[in-house]
Each structure stands twice: as structure tokens, then as C-alpha cells.
Write a protein that binds this ligand. Structure first.
Ligand SMILES: Cc1ncc(COP(=O)(O)O)c(C=O)c1O
Length: 377
């Protein structure tokens, strides 16, 4: 029999309705498209300095063992994290990037009968993973134009958006793509005041950059609030985006749910040793963060001199208002071998998100922006 019916029709409606996440353009893709060399990617908020040499050495060494399955419990890494954080391992769940933990949280706590709340310009993965379960994704309006933290999370609006069927609330602090952050006191009050039929997921992917700029982390509250879940990643400050390791810190019962649900070998053996070695080299991570924060400040001043304004940022990127020509500027930058992130998909068509690179990379971007905005010499 020759099958003619499209098997895609069998996809569950919630999945059929999803629009795929559009990541930053890979360097190899631009090379293929435009035949360019010497491309700089400032589009996915990676750490341009890369991981600790100790992490690279550990991963090289682990290659000899790749014919063996990884340790399914990530024993060494879990214990290293527990020691680093000053908590018991029962609070931890590890993921193939924190992205996988977002997915697992939705699978564990949502169905079509529930809803989850996120902020209007919150991380784009949130509505995707919520909707994948058939749950309702409720976007709370962001802080309005004119507010010092415009486009950032409005915690009052988020509290007001919580419904009786809400099971998860996602807060990225600092937030991607805006770079904005929430006041620690207001955040604590928010977590203390939410009803206990939901979990607050505090996504701290950019935490290390935030801490270096005066922000506080959520660890201080983890024992006070059983419904608080922290998400962390090795993809940003630790320079290990390619190996995919993230983790959650939560009440042991939440960690247990995630650990029961996760695929048996979700964190591979190279990733386990790489992340553990990176964690043990805090000095390397701190040097990377210090350089990025210093460059963030320099870029902020230089962009302002070009008449390009940006949202306040406590992360390793700036969300720059490029105006009605934003899409055109994005394409012109591509032609010059510079990949930044257009934000039309976020409903912010006049903005570009620019990750902070090494000083020479940032200089090249500034030169091109000066040319494209007519401010070049
Ligand atoms: C706010 C936020 N959360 C989570 C992630 C996912 O990071 P990963 O899956 O690499 O740990 C990202 C990545 O860009 C992010 O910006």
C-alpha cells in the first residue's frame, strides 16, 4: 500500500500550533550564505573568552571513555555543585542545558488544564514550553515606556495575571532579551505573596554578570520558599554553551519530580567533567565576567555617542533601540560579517540585541554601527 495521508496530521494540536524557536544565526550558516570569513557572532550571549583551560583539559581526557555510557546520576558534578552552593544534592536536578529543565518543569507541572505566567518580553522559550503541554501561556504586560526599567518585568502585572489554574510563573533575572532586572526586595515580596498552588521559576542564566553588577541571587530564599525553583546554566559565564549543562535548585520534592522525568543520560560524560572542572576554576569565570562588565560599560557609552539607546542591562548583552531601520541594519551587519540578534520575533522590531564580545570584536561592531547610522568618520 502506498501511504498518501500526511502523518503530520497525527501531531497533537498543542505541538502542531508551536512556532519553532529561532536561535542566533550560526557562523557556519553565514559563511555558507555569503561566502564570508572572519565572522563575529554577538547573537547568543555566549562567553567569548571560552571555558577554563581546566575544563578543556578534563573534556579532552574524558574522550578516552566515550564508548561508555555516562554516569546517569552525574554524581561528581552534582556533589561539586552541592558543595559550591552549600546545599544537599537532593535539591538539585541537572539538565541538557537549563532549556531542558524548562521543558521538564512544564511536563511535570502543567497539562491542558493549567496555565503559566511569564512577562511580555520574557525569554522566548517560556511560551513555547508552556504551550507544548497544552497549557495556557499568559503574558503579563511589561513595564511601559518611560519607566526606568521599560520592557522589563512588571511584578505587579505578573501577580495580577496569576489565575486559579496557574501552576508556574517564569521570571528571568536578569531577563533575556531585555537585560533588565527586578528589585530584590520586590522580588522577595512577590515570591512570598504568590498563592501556594504554583511554583515560581527564577531563571538565573545571567546571574554571574548580575552579581558583578550588584544584583542578588535567589539562593538566599530557597529554604524560606518551598515553591521557588532556581535555574542556572554553564552556557553563559562559564563559557560552555556547546556542551549543554544547566541545573535547578529547588525543594527536594520538585527536584525528585524532575529527576524521575529526565532522560536517563541527559547530561553526557564530556559535559559532566567539563562543567565540574569549570566550576572549580572560579577565578577564570570571574575574569571573564569582569572583562565583559567593563566592555558592557564601554559599549554603553559608545552606543549612546552614536545616538543608539539601550535598555539597562545587568547581563552580558545590550538591547539596543536601532529604530525603524533595525532590520536593515541587521542585514547590513551580516554583510560585514557581524551577527547580532534581531528582536522582531519578540514584538520588538526596532531593537537589536548585541552580546558583549572581546574588545576588538566590540570595536568592529561599533565601527560598522557608526557607518550605518551615518556617524562614522
Ligand atoms: C534567560 C535564559 N534562560 C535559559 C537559557 C537557556 O540556556 P541553556 O539551555 O544554554 O542553559 C537562556 C539561553 O539563552 C536564557 O537566555
Amino acid at each position: 500500500m502506498i501511504a498518501t495521508a500526511n502523518p503530520g496530521r497525527l501531531t497533537v494540536p498543542a505541538v502542531r500550533a508551536l512556532s519553532p524557536y529561532v536561535p542566533g544565526k550560526p557562523i557556519s550558516e553565514l559563511e555558507r550564505e555569503l561566502g564570508l570569513r572572519d565572522i563575529i557572532k554577538l547573537a547568543s550571549n555566549e562567553n567569548p573568552w571560552g571555558p577554563s583551560p581546566a575544563a578543556l583539559a578534563a573534556m579532552h581526557q574524558e574522550l578516552d571513555q566515550v564508548w561508555l555510557y555516562p554516569d546517569g546520576s552525574s554524581h561528581e558534578l552534582r556533589h561539586a555543585l552541592a558543595r559550591h552552593l552549600g546545599i544537599g544534592t537532593e535539591h538539585l536536578a541537572l539538565g541538557n542545558g537549563s532549556n531542558e529543565l524548562l521543558l521538564l518543569l512544564c511536563e511535570a507541572f502543567l497539562t491542558g488544564a493549567y496555565s503559566a505566567v511569564y512577562s511580555q518580553y520574557g525569554f522566548a522559550i517560556y511560551p513555547l514550553v508552556i504551550r507544548a503541554t497544552g497549557a495556557r501561556a499568559i503574558a503579563a504586560p511589561a513595564l511601559p515606556e518611560g519607566h526606568a526599567m521599560a520592557t522589563g518585568h512588571d511584578l505587579s502585572a505578573m501577580a495580577a495575571a496569576i489565575a486559579s489554574d496557574t501552576r508556574l510563573v517564569f521570571i528571568a533575572n536578569p531577563n533575556n532579551p531585555t537585560g533588565t532586572w527586578v528589585d530584590p526586595q520586590a522580588l522577595r515580596q512577590f515570591i512570598a505573596a504568590v498563592p501556594d498552588h504554583l511554583l515560581v521559576v527564577l531563571d538565573e542564566a545571567y546571574l554571574e554578570y548580575g552579581l558583578a553588577q550588584g544584583l542578588q541571587d535567589g539562593m538566599q530564599w530557597i529554604r524560606d520558599f518551598p515553591n521557588l525553583v532556581l535555574l542556572r546554566t554553564f552556557s553563559k559565564a562559564y563559557g560552555l554553551a556547546g556542551i549543554r549543562v544547566g541545573y535547578s535548585v529547588s525543594h527536594p520534592e520538585v527536584a525528585d519530580a524532575l529527576n524521575r522525568l529526565r532522560p536517563a543520560f541527559n547530561v553526557n560524560s564530556i559535559a559532566q567533567v567539563g562543567a565540574a572542572a569549570a566550576l572549580s576554576d572560579q577565578a577564570h569565570m570571574q575574569r571573564c565576567v569582569a572583562s565583559t562588565v567593563s566592555e558592557l560599560r564601554r559599549m554603553s557609552t559608545q552606543l549612546a555617542a552614536l545616538g543608539l539607546h539601550h535598555a539597562p542591562s545587568a547581563a552580558n548583552f545590550l538591547m539596543v533601540r536601532a529604530g525603524p531601520r533595525a532590520a536593515q541594519i541587521y542585514h547590513e551587519l551580516l554583510k560585514a560579517g557581524l551577527i547580532v540578534r534581531p528582536l522582531g520575533g519578540y514584538g520588538l522590531p526596532e531593537y537589536l540585541r548585541i552580546s558583549i564580545g572581546k574588545p576588538a570584536e566590540n570595536d568592529r561592531l561599533l565601527q560598522q554601527l557608526a557607518r550605518l547610522t551615518g556617524k562614522g568618520s
